[in-house]
Design a protein around this ligand. Structure first.
Ligand SMILES: Nc1ncnc2c1ncn2[C@@H]1O[C@H](COP(=O)(O)OP(=O)(O)OP(=O)(O)O)[C@@H](O)[C@H]1O
Ligand SMILES: Cc1ncc(CO)c(N)n1
Length: 271
């Protein structure tokens, strides 16, 4: 069985972060492992508080995994501090980690800073060059590039700027634009657009986490990047369509094997 590692924050309500990633890995047929970078007290309404995990413990978690188990793909989510970013970058380089999907998580849907604003530069310098693909939403892409983005053409312009920072590819998510949610993939040479229809629901907690974890699982299973993104987009669309009306705020997306079987991917392969 292929393995996927998530390096991210814990969400007590189970909809985003580590919990969303592990559910996604299971549904998409990889064995999930986790390095927890922060513990958030969070629910569907928002984030109450955050405790960052000390860099030593983050380093030990990474050593524990990489010295014992073969890692087939990595997904990076919430990192919160400069120290966390530095230790994660150091260890991923040391172990020559494969297929790194970097979700540059900055602000929660409810407006809480999950990455300290002064750590954006460290994220750019230390982690963008290691990423196989980086998956910013539009506000994150604006912070990373300084660009203003209101249209799909401006998403493409920003992707051209961002690729200069060193990632192998960019998947810019269009969920925050007014129009239908189109995601734009740029591999440095060509653009591919992934079109979606907006699903009318308030239950979108954890969509970004789920998408990046699904891409990481696909890469671990040997899919080419475009196919991994296509499968991930199918998966997140199903997970939003079937999202759960749990809690009084933004409910979570739903994860189950059916979504994956309906997408017609890997069915015969799973043993
Ligand atoms: N209402 C919706 N209907 C259909 N697809 C959506 C909807 N909202 C988001 N998406 C899709 O879900 C994926 C995640 O995008 P989104 O822009 O929500 O990420 P995000 O802002 O990083 O999420 P998060 O708030 O969890 O960090 C993208 O593929 C996007 O196009
Ligand atoms: C722990 C965690 N990671 C990422 C997000 C982004 O949605 C969140 N709300 N919580």
């Amino acid at each position: 069985m292929k393995t996927s590692l998530t390096i991210a924050g814990s969400d007590s309500s189970g909809g985003a972060g580590i919990q969303a990633d592990l559910k996604t890995f299971s549904a998409l047929g990889t064995y999930g492992m986790s390095v927890i970078t922060a513990v958030t007290a969070q629910n569907t309404r928002g984030v109450l508080s955050v405790q960052d995990i000390s860099p030593n413990i983050i380093e030990d978690q990474l050593d524990a995994i990489f010295t014992d188990i073969k890692v087939d793909s990595v997904k990076i989510g919430m990192l919160s501090t400069v120290e966390t970013i530095k230790v994660v970058a150091k260890k991923l380089k040391e172990y020559n980690a494969p297929y790194i999907v970097l979700d540059p998580v900055m602000i929660s849907k409810s407006g809480y800073d999950l990455l300290h604003p002064e750590a954006v530069e460290a994220l750019k310098e230390e982690l963008l060059p290691l990423a196989s693909v980086v998956t910013p939403n539009v506000p994150e892409a604006c912070k990373l590039t300084g660009a203003e983005i209101k249209t799909i053409e401006e998403m493409e312009d920003a992707a051209r700027l961002l690729i200069k920072e060193g990632p192998s590819a960019i998947l810019m998510k269009g969920g925050h634009l007014e129009e239908e949610p189109t995601d734009v993939l740029f591999n440095g040479e060509m653009f591919t657009h992934f079109y979606g229809k907006r699903i009318q629901t308030k239950n979108t907690h954890g969509t970004g986490c789920t998408l990046s974890a699904a891409i990481s699982a696909g890469l671990a299973r040997g899919l080419a990047l475009e196919d991994a993104v296509k499968q991930a987009k199918e998966y997140i669309t199903g997970a939003i369509k079937n999202s759960l009306n749990i809690g009084s705020g933004h409910g979570p997306t739903h994860h189950f094997y059916d979504l994956y079987e309906k997408a017609g991917v890997y069915k015969e392969e799973r043993v």
